[in-house]
Design a protein around this ligand. Structure first.
Ligand code: SF4
Ligand code: SF4
Length: 156
């Protein structure tokens, strides 16, 4: 039984903090790239030039100076319905679920993790965790722990 078998309290407030902050990546899979490009009526090359950077063998979304994700508009995501699995599954990432302490540290960068937030059941958490793993995140990734480094995108 995982330590969070009784569920965890979280509801996104839409603060946008997890979409900004330098020194991080928003990974996108080939399927996600194809879906985003099609939704924006762009060819893959055009989409890649405008929105992607290559990192090793993978692709990540571009950032603006200061670390905002290229799709962040104010506090909102311009591609919310098609945002990558990494974004959808936050904060239920492997590193944040390693332990109660890791989860408590994640609360430092995500105001949606709060004692008075609605309870998210273990089943839902497991589903989000699986999606995060599929997007390439592992428990070895740095947990979200330092509020001074605002932003909860995956750190380098
Ligand atoms: S930091 Fe947390 S509360 Fe804020 S937008 Fe991201 S998931 Fe939602
Ligand atoms: S794709 Fe959207 S949800 Fe994901 S980091 Fe960028 S603005 Fe945030």
């Amino acid at each position: 039984m995982p330590w969070y078998s009784a569920g965890l309290r979280f509801a996104c407030t839409g603060c946008g903090r997890c979409c900004t902050g330098g020194d991080s990546y928003v990974w996108v899979t080939p399927d996600e790239i194809r879906e985003l490009a099609a939704a924006m009526h762009l060819g893959l090359d055009d989409f890649g030039r405008r929105y992607l950077r290559r990192v090793g063998l993978r692709y990540a979304l571009l950032e603006r100076p200061g670390g905002d994700c290229v799709f962040l508009q104010g506090r909102a995501c311009a591609v919310y319905d098609r945002r990558p699995a990494q974004c959808r599954s936050f904060p239920f990432w492997p590193a944040n679920l390693r332990s109660p302490d890791a989860w408590a540290r994640a609360a430092g960068s995500c105001e949606g993790i709060a004692a008075d937030a609605p309870l998210v059941t273990a089943d839902v958490i497991e589903r989000e965790l699986a999606a995060a793993r599929e997007s390439g995140l592992t428990a070895d990734d740095p947990p979200q722990q330092d509020p001074s480094e605002h932003g909860a995108k995956r750190r380098r």
